[in-house]
Design a protein around this ligand. Structure first.
Ligand SMILES: *[C@@H]1O[C@H](CO)[C@@H](O)[C@H](O)[C@H]1NC(C)=O
Ligand SMILES: *[C@@H]1O[C@H](CO)[C@@H](O)[C@H](O)[C@H]1NC(C)=O
Ligand SMILES: *[C@@H]1O[C@H](CO)[C@@H](O)[C@H](O)[C@H]1NC(C)=O
Ligand SMILES: *[C@@H]1O[C@H](CO)[C@@H](O)[C@H](O)[C@H]1NC(C)=O
Length: 643
């Protein structure tokens, strides 16, 4: 049987091949497969067979099977090594691909007719790169290349058909090959957008359709800034009251907190001062410490809510909550032509993650120097020291990227955890649906009207901390229990279709599933024992934010993440002040029994989407608000007890 298929392959290659490269007469296996093309992309023609592409082969990293054990070893509160975080050098050395992987993959390329002089290993030892023609790539990978075009922008991109293949003996040594299946590029912003400023009305379950409907919220003239009105307007004092958050920082010289923004989104300096004038006078004139990554700039000007809203929100609340003494770092990532992806930031934080010649995946990530005329420097590889806590309010849907791409990036978040970094992501604003209210069909492809839930990435990565949204109920007092956010947005949550359930959340998630799992038709959400998210939550409704010289009311998990970051940063401050280590990857700790009462459990509300009510907030962990909202006083007490 094997012989027959080999012969058949040889015949097929002999008939169709016009190049001289040797036929790979070895059994091939599908290496990666794509379910659906991302929104807007269509194949318009076969790629020219003599077009040259930079084929990049990401080699399997060593010791990946132990990644979770290594991470738990330094992050689990009962581990004797709790807090003994790794140096970046130890991380790079531990996961560097083996010499065997390099020689196996190089050997296959050379046997297939790609001359040894054409194959290069990048400086970090993670990638093999060769310039090959489309015809050569098609034979190597058993696939076909097409030119894809984006319906809205007309932008063209090269990519292969539904799958690509590798020889059986090569596949285990490769994480992914590019350019192949990976699509889309720019990170999508979690929309903390007031309804009247949305360009498209997003009705949950109905992707992006319908006219803009006028709403009465939006900009506001009367600012209460009073604890009596936290159900109508959230200001810093409301959050301090809700989360018992009073802290005078003591170790600001050792502590750090970072907020990530992707250009062209950028803050407006005068907006910060307008906000501080009302809510934190001593900070007037204060700015975040700008770290510009790959041409990241704040010099964007007034570009509408979509340009300034997110950054203004994140920075105003993070800065006001940590207070004047604690500097906030801004990772402004990407130029204003190509923008950036999460990989671009990770390249700057960890040089060993980089490809050389720029870009991790030229189809999913931007290339620097920017071929479209933006930033002309080289891609930044390493050189940026990660802050102890890093908050990002942007995300994808899982279905938009391939599992291999997501796994590689998720492993990188685990490495940041090994180094003692707390990585927070907002969980999304469309409940159980994906960005824009998109849901999936039975094959996991985006569909309208889809019935299956569309989990977020990287919310579903078990090595980030995913933050959902809550609200002060209308008419309720700031001392009353909050509910899941059900105004304007719904807290993103659910179960990953890519990542299995990590051990640290097993009992919490299984408790939820056994007692409260909703009875939806099979295939509505992943019940195979997947990673559940979010991990925790914080208020996400009615934020007073200064945007372009006016105060607007803003909603979103976009707000919840930087607020949580500020609170966790204060925990770090308290620990650093007594010479303890930063809290690092917090998930194993917050799910542990010692922290059972450190969160305000949210037990009311749901996260609708895909024509369902989604999940419901229940006692204990739930896929709407996670473990609940932080109670700073209890959290800091519990964390000070840890070594
Ligand atoms: C591929 O071609 C480009 C452009 O000619 C060149 O800069 C690059 O060094 C080549 N890469 C390899 C691995 O040969
Ligand atoms: C607060 O904001 C209002 C509205 O923009 C502004 O007129 C006022 O001057 C601010 N308050 C202070 C104390 O600066
Ligand atoms: C469910 O999630 C697991 C990972 O936990 C994944 O392997 C599986 O393919 C997912 N099922 C579907 C139908 O997406
Ligand atoms: C539950 O939340 C709804 C708003 O979504 C609110 O009207 C209701 O009062 C809440 N119930 C409790 C018990 O908090």
């Amino acid at each position: 049987m094997l012989l027959v298929s080999r012969l058949l392959l040889a015949v097929v290659l002999g008939l169709t091949s016009t190049s001289v490269i040797a036929s790979p007469l070895v059994p091939r296996v599908p290496h990666e497969r794509r379910g659906a093309l991302p929104r807007g992309w269509n194949a318009v023609r076969r790629a020219d067979s003599d077009f040259v592409i930079p084929l990049r082969i990401g080699l399997s990293q060593s010791n990946m099977q132990s990644l979770e054990d290594f991470l738990l070893d330094v992050s689990h509160p009962e581990s004797p090594n709790y807090g003994n975080h790794w140096s970046p050098a130890k991380v790079a050395e531990t996961f560097k691909p083996s010499a065997e992987s390099v020689s196996t993959v190089r050997g296959w390329l050379v046997e297939s007719g790609i001359g040894a002089d054409r194959v290069r290993l990048n400086p970090s030892g993670g990638w093999l790169v060769a310039n090959v023609t489309v015809a050569e790539a098609e034979e190597l990978l058993g696939t076909e290349y097409y030119v894809y075009e984006h319906a809205d922008t007309g932008h063209e991109q090269l990519g292969c058909g539904q799958a690509y293949h590798l020889p059986e003996h090569v596949s285990p040594h490769v994480e992914l090959v590019t350019p192949t299946l990976h699509f889309d590029a720019k990170v999508k912003q979690r929309r903390g957008v007031p309804p009247e400023k949305r360009s498209v009305k997003s009705k949950v379950g109905n992707p992006g359709s319908g006219p803009v409907s006028p709403k009465t919220t939006g900009t506001i003239k009367n600012i209460f800034n009073q604890l009596e009105h936290c159900d109508e307007q959230i200001t810093p004092i409301c959050l301090q009251a809700l989360y018992d958050f009073v802290h005078i920082p003591l170790a600001t010289n050792k502590n750090s907190i970072g907020i990530v923004e992707y250009t062209p989104q950028a803050y407006v300096p005068s907006d910060l001062d307008m906000f501080f004038a009302n809510f934190s006078k001593s900070q007037i004139g204060q700015r975040p410490n700008l770290i510009s990554i790959d041409g990241g700039t704040i010099d964007i000007g007034f570009g509408g809510f979509d340009v300034n809203g997110e950054s203004d929100l994140d920075l105003q609340y993070a800065m006001a909550l940590v207070g004047k003494a604690q500097p906030v770092t801004l990772y402004q990532t990407g130029d204003d032509v190509e923008g950036a992806s999460f990989d671009t930031l990770l390249d700057a934080l960890d040089g060993s993650f980089c490809t050389f010649e720029g870009g991790d995946d030229p189809t999913a990530d931007p290339s620097y120097p920017d071929p479209f005329g933006g930033y002309q420097g080289a891609l930044q590889c390493g050189g940026v020291t990660p802050a102890h806590v890093i908050s990002t309010s942007y995300s994808y849907d899982e279905w938009e990227l391939t599992p291999a791409y997501e796994q590689r990036q998720c492993a990188e978040y685990a490495k940041l955890g090994l180094m003692g970094v707390t990585v927070l992501f907002s969980s999304g604003d469309y409940g159980v649906a994906g960005n824009g209210g998109i849901c999936l069909d039975a094959d996991g492809e985006p569909d309208f009207p889809g019935f299956a839930f569309a989990p977020a990435f990287p919310g579903g990565c078990p090595y980030v901390t995913s933050v959902g949204a809550t609200q002060v109920n209308p008419g309720a007092k700031v001392t009353d229990p909050e509910s899941a956010c059900m105004q304007v947005i719904f807290s993103g949550g659910g179960f990953s279709n890519v990542f299995p359930m990590p051990s640290y959340q097993k009992s919490a998630v299984e408790h939820y599933l056994s007692k409260y799992a909703p009875d939806y038709p099979a295939g509505t959400y992943n019940t195979s024992g997947s990673r559940g998210y979010p991990d925790l939550a914080a208020n996400g409704a009615n934020y007073v934010v200064a945007i372009q010289g006016e105060f607007s009311l803003v909603y979103g998990t976009s707000a919840s993440s930087p607020v949580t970051a500020a609170i966790l940063s204060a925990v770090n401050d308290a620990r650093l002040a007594i010479n303890k280590k930063p809290i690092g990857f917090i998930n194993p700790t917050i799910y542990s029994s010692a922290f059972q009462h450190a969160f305000n459990d949210i037990t009311n509300g749901t996260n609708p989407g895909c024509n369902t009510n989604g999940f419901s907030a229940e006692p204990g962990w739930d896929p709407v608000t996670g473990l609940g909202t932080p109670n700073f006083a209890r959290l800091v007490a519990a964390w000070l007890l840890l070594p």
